[in-house]
Design a protein around this ligand. Structure first.
Ligand code: ADP
Ligand code: MG
Length: 323
């Protein structure tokens, strides 16, 4: 059984199909949205386990930073402002210098994102980190389900560096600037909080790219009940990875790689100019990569009309048997 099948089969039916009025968005999006005293609160939790989300021997400061940044990214996907964080830490033994470095990384990201660490839990066990994020929706939350026919599909930043970094994780000593760059992108993702808030009134749907561009855009397509067509050549491959891998691998890493924590979103094409202006003002590239149409699913087409079906299935799934 795949990860999404497990969620669909066991967790989504948990409350039947409907939630009370105060649960605006339950299971199925990057975060839940609930109404508390008239305010909308976005809540999400992410777990990082050794060997899956990070590698043994990772610098604890990087681990701390990455755990918080990847969790906060779900708030950018909802166009919410992250505020409060709780951290649950499972660890085999307490080694003072490790903990100090870990906390330093946690703090750096929390301070940078203007959040507060308000609690957590510490237990003895295999190394894993759970991060819960609570954020406020100052404007309407943006859901995966809001894509409209004829919307443009866009993505923030450049893609593929984090997946490219996987081959270099744990390397020490003299590293080339390109390797340093991809490692930095992997260890210290930048959740697109400011950008997503500024884009709020233009976005119809959004998701963060944690499992792979095409497979994550597949969630917008399925929840919006629309067909999304992506143009392969339009996808902004991170130019720096072309020095490290072949063009074919670079394309694969950008379209299916995951871990980039950029935002994919759809918007009415009338707003193209405003959207581009916001990207330029914040110095974040925004690239139109496709369109929303009738039907279901995601197609990746080359400019010459050739169809590529394999990128969606290459996206990350925890329970896919590995060969
Ligand atoms: P993301 O990649 O944005 O963190 P996931 O793919 O992990 O999202 O999860 C998809 C949806 O399923 C989310 O809404 C999440 O809250 C929900 N979900 C995942 N696991 C569970 C679980 N064990 N119990 C309840 N909901 C879950
Ligand atoms: Mg997400």
């Amino acid at each position: 059984m795949k990860e999404k099948e497990l969620i669909n089969k066991f967790f989504i039916p948990f409350h039947g199909l409907s939630y009370p009025e105060h649960v605006l968005k339950g299971i199925g999006d990057d975060a839940a949205v609930v109404s508390v005293g008239g305010e909308l609160l976005a809540v999400s939790v992410d777990t990082m386990t050794e060997g899956v989300h990070f590698y043994p021997g990772i610098d604890p400061e990087d681990l701390g930073y990455r755990s918080i940044a990847t969790a906060i990214s779900d708030m950018a996907a909802m166009s919410a402002t992250p505020r409060y964080i709780t951290v649950s830490l499972s660890i085999e033994s307490i080694e003072k210098s490790w903990i100090e470095k870990f906390i330093k990384g946690v703090k750096a990201c929390i301070v940078q994102c203007d959040c507060y660490l308000v609690g957590g839990d510490t237990v003895k066990g295999a190394l894993s980190i759970g991060v819960q994020v609570m954020g406020v929706c100052e404007s309407q939350p943006i859901y995966r389900s809001g894509a409209k026919e004829n919307d443009l599909v866009a993505v923030t930043g450049f893609l593929g560096a984090a997946k490219t970094a996987l081959s270099f994780l744990g390397r020490r000593g003299e590293l080339s600037p390109d390797i340093k760059y991809v490692l930095q992108k992997y260890h210290r993702p930048s959740p697109r909080i400011d950008l997503s808030r500024k884009l709020n009134k233009y976005m119809n749907s959004a998701i963060d790219i944690s499992d792979g561009l095409v497979s994550d855009i597949g969630h917008i397509a399925s929840q919006s009940k629309k067909k999304i067509n992506l143009i392969k050549e339009s996808v902004p491959i991170d130019p720096k990875i072309l020095a490290l891998v072949t063009e074919k691998t670079a394309t694969e890493n950008a379209l299916a790689g995951g871990d980039d924590y950029e935002i994919a979103f759809t918007f009415n094409k009338e707003y193209l100019e405003q959207v581009n202006k916001i990207g330029s003002a914040l110095n974040v590239p925004i690239t139109v990569i496709g369109t929303v149409g009738q039907g279901l699913g995601v197609s990746v087409l080359s400019e010459s009309g050739e169809l590529f079906n394999d990128y969606a299935s290459l996206g990350f799934d925890h329970f896919r048997p590995r060969v």
